[in-house]
Design a protein around this ligand. Sequence first.
Ligand code: MG
Length: 261
Amino acid sequence: MRIARFSIDGNVAFGAVEGGGPDGPVLDIIRGIPFADFELSGTKVPLSKVRLLPPVLPNKVIGIGRNYAEHAAELGNTVPDAPVVFLKPSTSVTGSGDAIEYPSFSQELHYEAELAVVIGRMCREVPRERVKDVILGYTCANDVTARDVQRRENQWARAKGFDTACPLGPWVETGLDLAAAGDLTIQCTVNGQQRQLGRTSDMVRSIEELVVHVSEAMTLLPGDVILTGTPAGVGPLSVGDEVAVTIEGIGTLTNKVIKRG
Ligand code: MG
């Protein structure tokens, strides 16, 4: 199932995305929330009539750095012995179709297409064999990074944590098991031109390993998101660019870069 969060006429709701009718895909509005028992109401609205919101409102977004060997190499880094873990604040999250605001303190903004793991239940110290039970599903992410700031500052809070630095969406796909999620094509285009093309099977640490590693340190809450790292091919974004992250079996997350007003 694909679960979207959206607003229509000032109301916010979750809905299950269903295939095309005469007006294209529709959303069957969910009664309840996707983190608990819920049912489909049968009330449907065309996807084209709503504004998509970030599919979840994470308490925290946990980023993983240098999880694809080719990408680590292109920035002159090696794959570290332990995963690089960082946080992006909840205020950096934005949805598909929303703008990425080019920050005033950077001259080198980069896209990073990533598979995002959405946590479905509160958990801590998750053993490997239980990882599948704590995942609600998967969505597309762009770990937008002010690369010049990242080089300048030891901690990446500003470089990766500014407002709109974490587009998520367009929805959460709940129908992929761990094996499937670990072997998907992941792609980034800028203005329709391909910039990144990788497979999640090239991750150095698997989804299971990352959930074990992160949850060893901190409690994960429903809606929290783990970004699993980006494949090779990162590069610059300019004001006016349209950047799209597409992951096989999930969908496409599209955002336009604007100057912060
Ligand atoms: Mg990244």
